[in-house]
Design a binder for this molecule. Structure first.
Ligand code: NAI
Length: 320
């Protein structure tokens, strides 16, 4: 057993040094530990900092009697039993924004890789074929991009599209922000039908909620332009997969670019979708870049510092 006060879980080797420099006596785990492993290895933990693949359940909290603060380096905190933490007056902090531009940039990585045949071209060159035939691209300038959700990520996508690629950007959001529309050069439409009907490219940036589940389904796809391009970096559950496969196969949707799937732990389920030549999928990496990882750690460090200094916590989350 190792006595410790601050424990960092799920720290990748390339991030270990910054944790060591900031908190030289902290214990660092590069792997995801089971809850039992956490409490058996570090029974004296006072501050526990992890990411989304660690679970902070009632049982873990019960078995760490000295625990005073939990910090998750993620936006989401549904892997933490807030009620159990509140009952023990344990402070819980998250990182509400680790860099929306990083996710927005990935939207264009996905989009360009499909419409400019980047991975197809690379595969051909690796086979020693240097021939452009069959890889005619689609230009972005002047095309209409329809965004659903104009929060932190959506508005970054709008700005890049309008100022960078000179696209016309239209958007739908349940809670429109007209100042953001002016600042980020996009225009709101009144309903989703306008998005389906007018967009050459559609990109999803809403949370997965009961009213957004299967937003992309047979009905909405039918209303879209023929040959539309669909990008989803938000949550897999926004799309009804069977309808998507049919639409991609018939090229009603010409290209599909995804960073998220409905059941990411069981991707065999998606073989049919994955194997379609007009579908590009990355394994939920939109968030994962130098800036965002640095910010996740610096914000987590700040929350721990504030807690240790008895200061008001900036990113505290509460249970209902
Ligand atoms: P945000 O909370 O800043 O913005 C969400 C927007 O959606 C808000 O403007 C809200 O008014 C709008 N909205 C909510 N319900 C709606 C509805 N029914 N119809 C229309 N608009 C609706 O969220 P943010 O940071 O922009 O993230 C968007 C989503 O991206 C997140 O919910 C998350 O699921 C996903 N995400 C994916 C990541 C990845 O690595 N692939 C990383 C981070 C977030």
């Amino acid at each position: 057993m190792i006595a410790s006060k601050i424990v960092f879980l799920e720290v990748e080797p390339e991030d270990s040094e910054k944790v060591r420099q900031k908190f030289p006596t902290a214990k660092i785990e590069n792997m995801v530990l089971t809850e039992k492993e956490v409490w058996e290895k570090y029974p004296d933990t006072e501050i526990l900092c992890g990411f989304i693949y660690s679970t902070f359940s009632k049982k873990l909290i019960k078995n760490l009697p000295n625990l005073k603060q939990i910090v998750t380096r993620s936006v989401g905190y549904d892997h933490i039993d807030l009620a159990a933490a509140m009952a023990r007056k344990i402070k819980v902090c998250n990182v509400p924004d680790y860099g929306a531009h990083v996710i927005a940039e990935h939207v264009f990585a996905l989009l360009l890789s499909t419409i400019r045949c980047v991975s197809k071209g690379d595969n051909l060159v690796e086979e020693c074929q240097f021939d452009f035939h069959g890889m005619r691209g689609i230009a972005l300038k002047g095309k209409t991009l329809g965004l659903i959700g104009t929060g932190k990520i959506g508005k970054n996508v709008a700005r890049i599209a309008s100022l960078g690629f000179l696209m016309d950007v239209i958007a739908f959001d349940k809670f429109p922000d007209l100042e953001s529309a002016r600042e980020n050069h996009f225009q709101y439409v009144d309903n989703l039908d306008e998005i389906w009907e007018k967009s050459d490219i559609i990109s999803l940036h809403v949370p997965l909620l009961p009213d957004t589940k299967h937003l992309i389904c047979k009905d909405s796809i039918t209303k879209m332009k023929d040959g539309v391009i669909l990008i989803n970096t938000a949550r897999g559950g926004l799309i009804e997969t069977k309808s998507l496969i049919l639409a991609a196969r018939s090229e009603k949707i010409k290209y599909v670019a995804l960073d998220v799937l409905e059941h990411e732990k069981n991707i065999r389920k998606y073989r049919e979708l994955i194997e379609l030549p007009n579908v590009v999928i990355t394994p939920h990496i939109a968030f994962y870049a130098d800036d965002s990882m640095n910010k996740m750690f610096s914000e987590a460090f700040a929350s721990i510092d504030r807690f240790l200094n008895g200061e008001k916590l900036e990113h505290e989350v509460f249970g209902v």
